[in-house]
Structures are given as C-alpha cells and as structure tokens.
Design a protein around this ligand. Structure first.
Ligand SMILES: NC(=O)c1ccc[n+]([C@@H]2O[C@H](COP(=O)([O-])OP(=O)(O)OC[C@H]3O[C@@H](n4cnc5c(N)ncnc54)[C@H](O)[C@@H]3O)[C@@H](O)[C@H]2O)c1
Ligand SMILES: O=C(O)[C@H](O)COP(=O)(O)O
Length: 542
C-alpha cells in the first residue's frame, strides 16, 4: 500500500530524508500553495506535515475524504481547525517539546535585548553614531518576572530567569502552588494580582477563546510603569493596539514580540512600527536543533501512523502506541463488530447506547473500544468516513448518547463486552468475548446465550423451539447451494422462543430468505454482513 504525504512548510532536511526513506510513502514538498491549491492538493494526499505557515481551515479541510493525518512539526495547532479535522476523522498530531529550549532561549534573548536596547544601539552605531548615554538599560538580576502559562516553555523560561537571579512569579491553572514552590516559583492567583507585581511579564499559554486578549487595556493599566512585556507564544494573546497605545503613553516601558495576529503582520501593524517594540518574525523555534528535532519527530509520527497505526501526541484523540495497539486490536475489533451487528439488526430511530465492560477488558482503554463500537455502528449509515477519531462526535451531533459502564469483577467470562442499543421501539442487547488471542465470539443476543462466530455472512433468525427446524434451514440453504460453515442456537427454555445464528460461506439469494420466512415456526430473519475473520477496520490496518 502506498501513501502520499504532502509537506507544505519548510521542514529540516533530516525529517524529509526519513520520510523519503520510508517504503510505501510518496513525499511531495510544495511550500507555495495558496488555499485553493492546497485544498486541491489535499484531495490526493493521505497525510500532511506542516508548521505554522500553513492554514488548515475548515474550508480547506472540508470533504477531504482521503486525508487521514495532519502532523504539525511544532507545538501550536491554532493554524489547524482541529474540530473540523476531528469531525472528518482526521488525526491531528504535534511534536511537543522539540522546540521548548529554543523558544525559552529566544524569550531570554528578547528580554535581555529589550533591557539593554541592543537593537537600537546596533542600528545607531552602524549609522555612525557613538551614543553611549542614550542606551542605558536595566539589569535582570533582582527584578521580578511574571510568567503567565507555566507549561513546557514557561517553566524553561523560569529556570533560565532564576539563573539570572530574577524572582519568578507565575500563574497557571494547571500547576499547583506546591509544585510551583518546589520549582522556586511563587504562584499568584488570581491572575489579576500578578500584573502590578512584575518588572517583566512574559506569556506562554496557547491561544484559545479564553486566552485571546489575555493582556488588554485593563491589565496594562494595572502594571508598573517600568514593566517590559514579552510575547514569544502567540499573536492574539496581547491586544496589539492597546499595547502600542500604552507604550506611546509611557504607561509601560517596552515590549518584545515574536508572534503576531495575523502572520505575517500587515505593514502598518502598531507593534512592528513602534520604536519601543523589539520584533522578530516568529523565530522562537527557528534554530537548527529545534528544527531537526521537530522534523525528525514529525517524520516518525507519520511513518508509525502509516506503518502500524500508532497514534502518538494526538491532540484530538487518546494516544495509541504500538504496544497498546497490539494489545487492544482484538478488543477494538470486537467493539466494532458488535457495532456493525447492531446497525444491521436494530430497526427504528436510535436513542442511546450503553457499552458495558466486564472483567479484564474493564482495565483497558475502554474509551477507545467504545469509539470503535460507535464507528462500527455508524460506518455503513453515514456519508462521513467514521473512525475512532470522529465516531463519538458524530453520535453526539445526532443527539445520541453513548454511555460506558465497567466493572473489573469477572463474570462467567474473563472478558465481556455487552452492548445495548435503545431505539424508539425496543432495546437490543448483544455481548461478545475474546476466544484465545485471535478470535472474537458472539455470546449473547437479546436474552439468549450463544457461542457464534462474529464474522462473514450471518443469518440471525428467531424461531419457536420445535423439532425439525434446523434440518429445514439446512435443506433450504442446500437447495440454493449456500454452504453452512457454523450453526448456533440459543434458547431460554425448551419449547419456548429461540434464536439461531448461522455462518454462511456466501450471501444467500433473496428467494432462500423468503422461503425461510414462510415457515410458521420462524419469527424473524436478518442477514448480517460482517468483515471476514481477522479482517480489521481500515483505520486500524495502517
Ligand atoms: N514563538 C515560537 O516559535 C513558539 C515555539 C514554541 C511554542 N510556542 C507557543 O508557546 C506557547 C506555550 O507552548 P508550550 O509548549 O509551553 O505549551 P504547554 O501546553 O506545555 O503550556 C501551556 C501552558 O499554558 C497554560 N494555560 C492555559 N490557559 C491558561 C490561562 N488562561 N492562564 C494561564 N495559563 C494557562 C496551560 O495550563 C499550560 O501549562 C504556545 O502558544 C505555543 O504555541 C511558540
Ligand atoms: O508552535 C510552535 O511550535 C511554534 O510557534 C513554532 O512554529 P514554527 O515551527 O512554524 O516556527
């Protein structure tokens, strides 16, 4: 199988080499695509590797049925419409960590350059002036640095600032005050109390609806007049116009900015044109080391995804590494097959589904198995390609709730997955288990216990438990030249209602089914088509 991968931003050669060396991957590099051309190119691509220069908007991603994976060589995914990708079942991964040190160092470089007027002094001297008095700066030692966002980069900045003898204070909703104290950082909460405490403020949060304009006119008004602000994270975190105004009005001392909103900024951007602002064109991660690191990591993520279905550092689904994938493959397959069974048996408008896990399976990543059940349940009904990534969202969008219940107490089986679908008409129950390391089995349908193979063509019939019926089924299929591979019958009590599951070697003709239905002892007949034994979902087969 061959996969085509598009690379649309500059990627270190080391990463490209790895991709090109991967058997079965065709690599197409094009860094000059406008949105329309990008949309067209994606129609022929299975994967894409990008940095911050490519905008994968909902419009670009719409109806991209071939695209399976987006890999961001870097951290920020704000240039990707992740919900749009998720809805279409496209996995989005990034390479966190690879550029942390470089970005923290760039933050420190900007902080130092800002304090010592490095850019202005350089320009002045090169213009032939020797202005030693004009460029008196401030030192970092002894000053207070406020860090908003104490994640990877924020903490790396804290460590470096401490090396410069700065007092570090910070705010992050996901770093406890105790942990911060262990790292020598004073945690300040609420964030509003931080502004007036600092001589330097640096932001290191992602850009989200919550963090947009994190620093605006109100926050700027609370700061000390000597404060210097650094944004080496994302444009949009600081209100650009308000920052420029505060600088001009002398309410704050200076700012250094590496990230803009939008990028590249227009020529009249108030920060780029402001004399007190030091700017760089989004260079935080632009070091040889960081670029090699993120490119190599991106190439590995992509190859692993296509070669073995591993999912690491995904931002829109749980991680599924090789060991876990190997361990989970059969459970995921069972979940999907139960979903497919329900989709073909249960007639009526679906209201909800419950997936119950019992025994060993309850300690596994059941969320993935539930997603696999949902994918199998909906895959034949929806136009969208349904897979582990988007199954839950697609169900939710349709107002269908899927509930998960689990208990590690073993029942009669070491592992049991029981699925229950409630439609407006009735409730359908099925249950399956694993048989050895290779097989999945259907062990319950409705109130009946069974032991049937969950693959290929299944004829499910409910009937009255009367003598001669099994022979009748055999002869009917024999007459139509349809071979029976397995037959299994379950009943609650002798002479009552019963269920039969017949595995057939081929799809029976409609006349054969009509003949069965005419038998007064047969109450219902459903033909279910499942993948052959061992045939796993295409989204698990990479
Ligand atoms: N300039 C560059 O080239 C460059 C390079 C790397 C990363 N970045 C950007 O830097 C930022 C940080 O990257 P990272 O790798 O450290 O990410 P991270 O996910 O490790 O850290 C982000 C932190 O922000 C915190 N946070 C979220 N909302 C917050 C809020 N409202 N207030 C305070 N804290 C909040 C989170 O809890 C988390 O700890 C991201 O925006 C990333 O895109 C920029
Ligand atoms: O989010 C990131 O990783 C940084 O903003 C770096 O982006 P870049 O790789 O496009 O320079």
């Amino acid at each position: 199988m061959s996969y085509r991968v598009l690379v649309t931003d500059k990627l270190a050669e080391e990463g490209l080499e790895l991709l090109r060396a991967e058997p079965g991957l065709e690599v197409v590099v094009n860094t000059k695509l406008d949105p329309k051309a990008l949309r067209e190119a994606l129609k022929e691509a299975d994967g894409i590797v990008i940095r911050s220069g490519t905008q994968l908007t909902a419009e670009v991603l719409q109806d991209q049925t071939r695209l399976k994976v987006i890999v961001r060589a870097g951290v920020g995914v704000d240039n990707i419409d992740v919900p749009a990708a998720t809805r279409q079942g496209i996995v989005v991964m990034n390479t966190p960590g690879g550029n942390t040190v470089s970005t923290a160092e760039h933050t420190m470089a900007l902080m130092l350059a800002l304090s010592r007027n490095v850019a202005q002094a350089n320009d002045s001297l090169k213009a032939g002036r020797w202005d030693r008095n004009k460029f008196t700066g401030t030192q970092l030692g002894g000053k207070t640095l406020g860090i908003v966002g104490l994640g990877r980069v924020g903490l790396a900045v804290a460590k470096r600032a401490q090396g410069f003898d700065m007092k570090v204070v910070g705010f992050d909703p996901f770093l406890s005050a105790e942990r911060a104290a262990e790292l020598g950082i004073e945690s300040i909460s609420p964030l509003d109390d931080l502004w007036g405490r600092c001589d330097y403020i640096t932001v290191h949060t992602p850009l989200s609806a919550e963090t947009r304009n994190l620093i605006g006119p109100n926050e700027l008004a609370k700061m000390k007049p000597n404060v210097r602000i650094i944004n080496c994270a994302r444009g949009g975190l600081i209100d650009e116009a308000a920052l420029a105004e505060a600088l001009t009005a002398g309410k704050i001392a200076g700012a250094a900015v590496d990230a803009f909103d939008p990028e590249p900024p227009p020529a009249d951007n108030p920060l780029v044109t402001h004399p007190q602002v030091l700017v760089t064109p989004h260079l935080g991660a632009s070091t040889e080391e960081a670029q090699v690191s993120v490119a190599v990591e991106a190439a590995r993520l992509l190859s692993d995804f296509f070669q073995s279905g591993q999912i690491r550092f995904a931002v829109n689904m749980p991680t599924l590494d090789r060991a876990e994938l190997d361990e989970m493959r059969l459970y995921l397959d069972l979940g999907r097959r139960l979903g497919m069974l329900h989709s073909q048996m249960d007639r009526g408008t679906v209201k909800s589904a419950t997936v119950r896990y019992r025994g060993e399976v309850a300690s596994k990543n059941t969320r993935l198995i539930t997603a696999s059940f949902a994918a199998g349940w909906m895959e034949s009904a929806l136009e969208d390609q349904v897979n582990l990534v988007n199954a839950e969202i697609l169900a939710k969008e349709r107002g269908i709730t899927i509930v998960e219940e689990k208990t590690t107490d073993p029942g009669d089986f070491g592992t049991l997955i029981q699925t229950e679908v409630v439609t407006e008409k009735k409730q359908y129950v099925a249950a399956g288990t694993l048989f050895g390391k290779e097989f999945v089995r259907l062990i319950r349908l409705g109130p009946y216990r069974l032991d049937a193979h969950l693959d290929g063509n299944l004829l499910v019939f409910t009937h009255k438990d009367v003598p001669g019926l099994i022979g009748f089924i055999g002869t009917t299929f024999g007459r139509h030249n349809v071979n029976i591979a397995q037959m299994n019958v379950g009943r609650e009590q002798p002479g009552g209602e019963a269920i039969g599951v017949v595995n057939l070697d081929s799809v029976p003709p409609a006349e054969a089914l009509e003949e069965l239905k005419k038998n007064p002892a047969i109450l219902s007949v459903s033909l279910i088509k499942l993948p052959e034994a061992g045939a796993i979902a295409p989204w698990l087969a990479q």
